[in-house]
Design a protein around this ligand. Structure first.
Ligand SMILES: NC(=O)c1ccc[n+]([C@@H]2O[C@H](COP(=O)([O-])OP(=O)(O)OC[C@H]3O[C@@H](n4cnc5c(N)ncnc54)[C@H](OP(=O)(O)O)[C@@H]3O)[C@@H](O)[C@H]2O)c1
Length: 342
């Protein structure tokens, strides 16, 4: 199948493209910066040949990118937490989904996968999340943009378009061009100080997410929604896991969840005075301390897609972070001697 992958030089997009190629599909990457393609795909041992440059809000460019494609996987999104970028983020991600998914549906493309986020179901301390829950608007522009894009895609699903939606938890794994938010957070915990708090973290390995996207694309056309996540771990469990994997004991500090949430509120106010692209927001602190978890039983039962043990993801990610220069030999301890995962 000829498949367009938006966000082709992003973390999820590049791994999804690699999984599609491994499954024998013909991939077209849609990127903003073609010069980035080699840097992202060389470490994966791949040389994409069909690359189109297009902004996802540029309807004509997206139409050109879709020409001749039987399927599309929309991974592109703008992630920027600065206040000054709020309206750009909200408009770009919402409009981007409308343009890419809308144009694909209008052209009669029947294999469409939209990458959403579990945060569209997130209620702090609420019940475990499922894909049947109502959509929630978060308090950040990014969260709102994902919710608004989601509502648009749901309307298309309701009108008969065979779009499938994936809902990733925090995406983690090796070979991250960013590094993106959760990988960067883990690196800073090992580099500076590990923050232990209430609640926990639910991750999904980028390689499992990529496999889910290939499966969703290959199914007979039809609308559906699937969670992508590994088992949830508490912050002390994540700390102990990192200690076991590395053989080190990183510096740690324990802060109760309510204090972090208060700090997030202060961060929101501080950003009005001095803007910064760091996730010290009330929204991020709610996610970090009151994440209720999401169940992937249906994804595994219906699709046969399994999500690996978070220990395996963390081992590969930390090894890669060392090889890519994001962490030092002392910070990854005994993992420094192990080979970089493919
Ligand atoms: N990371 C997470 O933990 C997480 C969790 C849940 C859901 N998600 C969702 O998963 C998807 C992939 O996230 P990711 O972590 O892989 O992000 P990422 O690495 O930042 O990739 C995003 C991609 O979108 C591209 N992009 C941004 N603005 C664009 C525009 N205006 N037109 C065209 N392309 C544009 C970027 O291009 P460049 O390569 O040029 O920067 C990048 O390739 C997103 O939809 C995100 O909302 C992420």
């Amino acid at each position: 199948m000829k498949v367009l992958v938006t966000g082709g030089t992003g973390f999820t997009g590049s791994h999804t493209a690699a999984a599609l190629m491994a499954a024998g599909h013909d991939v077209r990457l849609m990127v903003r910066d073609p010069a980035k393609v080699r840097r992202v795909f060389d470490p994966l041992g791949l040389v994409p040949t069909d690359v189109v440059t297009a902004d996802m809000v540029d309807h004509a460019a997206v139409e050109d990118a879709l020409a001749g494609c039987d399927g599309v996987i929309h991974t592109a999104a703008l992630v920027d937490l600065r206040r000054a970028s709020a309206s750009l983020v909200e408009n770009t991600n919402t409009r981007g989904a409308e343009v890419v998914i809308g144009a694909a549906a209008d052209r009669g493309v029947t294999r469409i996968v939209h990458v959403s986020s579990l945060t569209v179901f997130f209620r702090p301390g609420g019940p475990p999340m499922t894909t049947t829950m109502p959509i929630v608007d978060g308090s950040t522009a990014y969260a709102r943009s994902k919710a608004r894009a989601e509502r648009y895609v749901r309307r298309l699903q309701d009108s008969g378009a065979g779009i499938r939606i994936s809902y990733p938890a925090g995406i983690v794994g090796p070979h991250d061009p960013g590094p993106s938010a959760v990988n960067a957070g883990l690196a800073s915990f090992l580099h500076d100080t590990f923050l232990i708090t209430t609640g926990g973290l639910q991750i999904v390995d980028v390689r499992d997410l990529a496999r889910l996207h290939v499966t969703l694309l290959e199914l007979p056309p039809g609308p559906d929604r699937y969670v992508a996540a590994s088992e949830m771990l508490t912050w002390p469990q994540i700390y102990e896991l990192c200690c076991r994997l590395t053989g080190t004991r990183p510096r740690k500090v324990t802060v109760p969840g309510f204090l972090l949430r208060a700090a997030g509120t202060v961060g929101d106010i501080a950003k009005r005075l001095h803007d910064f692209d760091f996730p010290l927001t009330r929204d991020a602190m709610e996610v970090g301390t009151r994440w209720p978890g999401a169940d992937t039983e249906r994804t595994t039962r219906e699709l046969g897609v399994r999500f690996r043990d978070p220990a395996d993801t963390l081992r590969d990610t930390l090894r890669w972070m060392y090889s890519a220069g994001h962490l030092s030999a002392a910070e990854v301890g005994k993992l420094a001697a192990e080979a970089v995962p493919s």
